[in-house]
Design a protein. Structure first.
Length: 97
């Protein structure tokens, strides 16, 4: 088993795949280290060295809060993504129902 130290924000699945391990059951992340079965240490080191976080980082899914803020902006409730105003507006609407 090979292992590297890498931040959790890195695209760890891509690094493992570039090292030669596409099976997600043969890799895990613990305590800041990516452990990969079935690849050499040299292959995993090379995959990390070739990884460019600026262009290969995973794209995070928007949170429920971000989705709500976007929806409220669209409806004109939020001018500057002011969460406090949005919460006040939502509480007021809930009381009216």
């Amino acid at each position: 088993m090979a292992k590297i130290t890498a931040p959790v924000e890195y695209n760890l699945a891509l690094i493992a795949e570039q090292a030669g391990q596409g099976d997600e059951d043969k890799r895990f992340y613990r305590n800041g280290e990516l452990h990969v079965e079935g690849v050499t240490q040299a292959a995993l080191d090379a995959a990390l060295a070739g990884y460019d976080h600026a262009t290969q980082a995973p794209v995070p899914e928007p949170s429920e809060l971000e989705i709500l803020k976007d929806a409220l902006k669209t409806k004109g409730v939020l001018a500057d993504a002011d969460l406090t105003a949005a919460q006040t507006k939502l509480k007021g609407e809930a009381k009216l129902k």
